[in-house]
Write a protein of this length. Structure first.
Length: 163
């Protein structure tokens, strides 16, 4: 049975185009999008005119593209920046914090690092503490608590300028 290239059903056209050595070059969904975009210029509601479809594809392929407004790289950066801001804002929306189960425990853990580790992470901190551990815990507490109480942070010495 001969195929009339001026009246090919869409499913037959996909099968015909995909039967070349190139393999799959189009699927029915893409052909449907092309038919919707081209309208009745490439066929009627049930058939595709292969010659007009080919001419339409060539016309689309070689049509001049509009010049982008502004610098394309700046546009790309602006889109990436907007996407990153949206992701950042979405990540911050974690909802309301639950009520504190034991306020006394929380208050004690805020100033006692050893107690914090043993109460909140008992599976991790199940071994006895060595003297070195306790010394390091003391230094951590000192650094954290003293920094917390300073309103402007630690004082950093600056070089003196002459002149």
């Amino acid at each position: 049975m001969a195929i009339d290239p001026r009246r090919v059903r869409p499913s037959e056209l996909c099968r015909l185009l995909n039967s070349t050595p190139l393999g799959e070059v189009i699927n029915e969904r893409q052909l449907h999008r092309h038919r919707t975009r081209a309208g009745l210029r490439i066929g009627d509601a049930r058939h595709v005119d292969l010659l007009r479809y080919t001419a339409w594809l060539v016309h689309i392929r070689h049509a001049p593209r509009p010049e982008p407004e502004g610098d394309p790289y700046e546009t790309l950066k602006a889109r990436a920046r907007a996407r990153n801001i949206a992701l950042s804002l979405a990540g911050r929306d974690i909802g309301e914090l639950p009520e504190v189960v034991n306020p006394e425990r929380k208050a004690k853990a805020a100033s006692d690092f050893r107690f914090f580790c043993e109460q909140y992470f008992p599976l991790t901190f199940h071994l006895p503490w060595s003297a070195d551990h306790l010394k390091v815990i003391g230094k951590i507490e000192e650094a954290v608590l003293e920094t917390k109480h300073q309103s402007q942070g630690p004082i950093i010495p600056r070089a003196k300028h002459s002149g």
